[in-house]
Design a protein around this ligand. Structure first.
Ligand SMILES: [Zn+2]
Length: 122
């Protein structure tokens, strides 16, 4: 049985929300990098939620139920969006810095969504 990464989260908190959501649906999963990311939150690629490959389709449905509600593309107003992985670490660090400087909750930028229609990231 193959273990695959379902999603990479910025914080252990996010990862645990997804983990408990999956477990409530009887999908086995575990979190990697959690300790390392807690010690060095800005130094890692995030916290990965790992699942069995056979559960991938169902798990994606479960987390998209969780994350795509009420999310609309700012560019074309499509509701056909998905949670992006936000791989641009430099930009993310910059946004965190701005958030800290402006006293905005960093939580606002933790997730990025991608429009499946026009490919806009937001
Ligand atoms: Zn769009």
């Amino acid at each position: 049985m193959e273990i695959v990464r379902l999603i990479s989260c910025n914080t252990a908190f996010d990862a645990n929300i997804i983990k408990s959501k999956l477990e409530s649906e009887d999908i086995e999963c575990f979190i990697t990098n959690e300790n390392f990311s807690t010690l060095y939150p800005f130094m890692t690629g995030g916290i990965d939620v790992m699942i069995n490959e056979k559960d991938m389709d169902r798990a994606k449905e479960i987390i998209s139920d969780e994350t795509s509600t009420e999310i609309v593309c700012p560019n074309c107003a499509s509701k056909n969006v998905q949670l992006g992985l936000g791989n641009n670490k430099i930009k993310k660090l910059f946004l965190i810095l701005i958030a800290v400087l402006s006293f905005s909750p960093v939580g606002n930028i933790k997730s990025r969504y991608k429009c499946k229609d026009c490919k806009t990231l937001f």
